[in-house]
Design a protein around this ligand. Structure first.
Ligand code: ZN
Length: 246
């Protein structure tokens, strides 16, 4: 184990100091993260060249990338932190595309939530998530496609390396290839820095997810009934790799 990982393992107090920074703290002392933070409406301090992560996730990422480089790969982050507004741009673009194909509003929302989180519920709001590919391979095709990671796909070796090594740096695949899992489709590219993301998810689900999502001005919101949001919470927000649940 290298020195940085030792640092991460032993600096428990440093971790507490980070999560209780006043800008992130709520008025109630039991919460380490504010409502605004958890839904991508704050402005957290983020780090990284070509990506944006919280400090500890950034440090762990650098270690993981160094190890990948020793194996001839380079971890390219396609997406990391996304604000509420950024997520809403993605949500809106996809929703409109489905609507333009004459799909109903309800179906457009159902199609959206196969891969795209409702703004205000994306793990990408937290500064702990990364969508990654092997940057040492040049390609003109869209990188985040499952086909690329399996069979003769260009990122098959990279996916296998990540399968074997990401956990050493506390990065964990979120939307696994487990057929009993519901919610978002399998995403071989999406990893979460568990140490920070686990407590964030716990805090998030302790909030009133119904009102968080109903309070936003979003396309397709008419479909956000109580039943829909309960199901979405169970399937999409909590339908993840069990090792990321507290
Ligand atoms: Zn992602």
């Amino acid at each position: 184990m290298n020195s940085r990982r030792n640092f991460l393992k032993t600096s428990v107090f440093a971790g507490i100091a980070i999560i209780t920074t006043p800008s992130l703290a709520l008025s109630t002392s039991s919460n380490a993260y504010s409502d605004k933070y958890l839904i991508g409406k704050s402005t957290p301090k983020l780090y990284g060249k070509g990506y944006r992560l919280l400090w500890r996730a950034h440090e762990a990422f650098l270690d993981m990338d160094n190890a990948a480089r020793k194996n001839g790969m380079r971890i390219r982050v396609v997406s990391s932190y996304r604000s509420f507004n950024h997520q809403n741009l993605i949500w809106t673009r996809k929703y409109k595309r489905y609507r333009s194909r004459k799909l109903s509003s309800k179906t457009a929302v159902e199609y959206n939530i196969r891969y795209t989180a409702i703004p205000g519920s994306s793990r990408h709001h937290w500064g702990t998530e990364i969508d990654v590919v092997d940057g040492s391979i040049k390609t003109s095709r869209y990188p985040l496609s499952t086909k690329n990671f399996h069979g003769y796909g260009i990122y098959k070796n990279f996916r296998e390396w990540m399968d074997d090594n990401a956990h050493k740096y506390d990065f964990c695949r979120v939307y696994t290839n487990d057929h009993t899992r519901r919610g978002f489709k399998y995403e071989p590219w999406h990893y979460s820095f568990a140490e920070l993301a686990k407590p964030m998810l716990k805090e998030y689900t302790e909030r009133d997810v119904q009102s968080i999502l109903k309070d936003q001005e979003l396309l397709g919101k008419i479909n956000f009934t109580d039943t829909f949001i309960d199901q979405y919470t169970k399937d999409n927000i909590l339908g993840i790799n069990k090792s990321l649940l507290v």
